[in-house]
Structures are given as C-alpha cells and as structure tokens.
Design a protein around this ligand. Structure first.
Ligand code: FBP
Length: 265
C-alpha cells in the first residue's frame, strides 16, 4: 500500500485545515461579520495556531501572502474554484497546475469535484491529471467531494454523502472532504465507504459553537480524521477560542462541552 504522505498536513494523524477560498467561492461578503478578515493576513495569522495543520487558499492568495507564513503554516494549494455569480450546472475550472503549486511551496493540493453535475466528465478528466501529477511529487491530494447538480436531489442524504466519500477512494484522493450527513451513524457509513482514505468534515455556515463542536466530535467518533473549516473559525470575533476548543476535541479527545468549559473556567 502507498505510504501515507498526509502526515505533512497532520498532527498525531489528525487534520485541521483552515480554508479561506471564500473570496472566490462566495465573494467578500463572507468576511463582513468580522471585517478585518477581508485582509488575508488576518486569517493567515489565525492559521499559525498550533491546532491548524494546514491552510487551503487559491493561487493569488498563495502567491502574495504565503511567503510570509511558509515557516509556520503548511500550504494546501486549491487548484480549482468558481464564483457563485454564474448560473447553470456546477463546475469548477482549474486555475493552477500542480507544478506551479509546488513552486509556491505547497505541502498538498486540493480540488473540488461536483459529482452528479453535467460537468462531471470534464471534472473527472481534470482531476485525473492533477492526481497523477501530484503522485509524481508525493504530494497529498485532498478532494472536496460535493455531489451537486441536476443529478443530485438531496446533497446531504446519508447515501449521497457516503457516495461522495467513496468517490475519493475510487479516484485516488488521500483525503476526502464531505458535508455532514447529520448523524454519527451516517458519518460511520461514509468513513467505511471511504476505506483507507481520510475523511474530513466540511465546516459549513457558521453555527452555534457547541453545535459545531458536536459535529466535529461526531465525525471523529465515526472514524473521520478531522475537518476543513473556514467560516466556523474566522467568522467568530475570537477565532482563537474556537481553535483552542477544536484542539482539545481533535487532539485530546475532549467532549465539546468540556473543551469549551475549560476555557470559560
Ligand atoms: P466552510 O467551513 O466555511 O464551509 O469552508 C469550507 C469550504 O469547503 C470552502 O473551502 C469553500 O469555499 C466552501 O466551503 C464552499 O462551500 P459551498 O460550495 O457549499 O458554498
């Protein structure tokens, strides 16, 4: 079996990726709740927390800001992305090559796939090239696997999420990032479906901190390896408090209430 290269974006076998590709995916409105986060340096500073094992950003952000953080933060170069301005079937064109990601100092690469979209065949073809090139560099590949499009009726149904996880295994990802299916049992099904591939929970819109930490606990208890999160960290006034709590939940096995309680005390 292939040696697990994921350790470059792991701590004790667990992963906490901080994602900040929202300026492209959703537009700068995502930064409005905490206006200083529109400055990428603010979020890179957050990523220097010990709990963060890597930061996922797009090419332009990596080119301009990563050089100041390369000693402190592992880079997951996001190779494709899209805006929410366009209509039609979901797709996410590649905007950076694996070779260029390596030049920028990437420790891993990320790719968003929309299984079920009418554009699935082109996306599969793009991902194939990326995955094979990444193998040549021993660079781990993280697949954002989001079933979406005309073929998908309910993108968070148990079987749909398990299918998303399995696609990561079938296509040769090292880690697969999936949306929450809403229960530990359903997440267990997804982690079984993913086989040896690490399963990461996708953060989603900001929710109450206990509810968020519970979904992280549930993922880990279901065999998941961690999460990739954006808004539930940097849309908070005190992102460090959330990262402290995540550190206890992910790396110390704490329950959500205990992880938060210790901070309040
Ligand atoms: P969040 O934790 O903020 O959801 O970020 C994770 C992420 O995968 C980002 O990398 C991406 O920008 C966003 O979610 C895409 O979410 P969606 O396509 O569901 O709007």
């Amino acid at each position: 079996m292939r040696e697990n290269e994921l350790s470059v974006i792991q701590r004790d076998g667990k992963t906490l990726l901080l994602a900040m590709d929202h300026g492209l995916e959703h537009g700068p409105t995502d930064f409005e709740p905490v206006p200083e986060t529109v400055d990428p340096e603010t979020v890179f500073d957050v990523a220097t927390h010990d709990a963060v094992t890597g930061m996922a950003v797009q090419k332009g952000i990596a080119e301009t800001y990563y050089p100041s953080y390369e000693d402190e933060v592992a880079l997951v170069a996001k190779l494709n992305g899209t805006t929410n301005l366009r209509m039609g079937e979901p797709t996410s064109p590649t905007n950076m090559s694996v070779d260029y990601a390596v030049e920028l100092g990437a420790d891993a690469v990320g790719y968003t796939l929309y299984p079920g979209s009418n554009h699935e065949p082109e996306m599969f073809a793009e991902f194939r090239e990326i995955q094979e090139r990444a193998r040549e560099y021993d660079l781990p590949v993280v697949l954002w696997s989001y079933p979406r499009g005309q073929g998908v009726k309910n993108d968070t149904k148990d079987d749909t999420i398990a299918y998303a996880a399995r696609i990561g295994l079938e296509l040769g990802a090292d880690a697969v990032k999936i949306k929450s299916p809403g229960s530990q049992e359903a997440m267990e099904w997804a982690t079984r479906a993913a086989g040896e591939v690490d399963v990461l929970l996708s953060g989603g819109s900001k929710v109450d901190e206990r509810a968020f930490l519970r979904s992280v606990r549930e993922t880990l208890d279901a065999g998941g390896s961690g999460l990739a999160v954006g808004r539930n960290v940097w849309q908070r006034e005190d992102p460090e408090r959330m990262l402290d709590a995540l550190e206890r939940v992910i790396f110390e096995g704490a329950a959500p209430e205990a992880a938060l309680g210790r901070q309040i005390a």
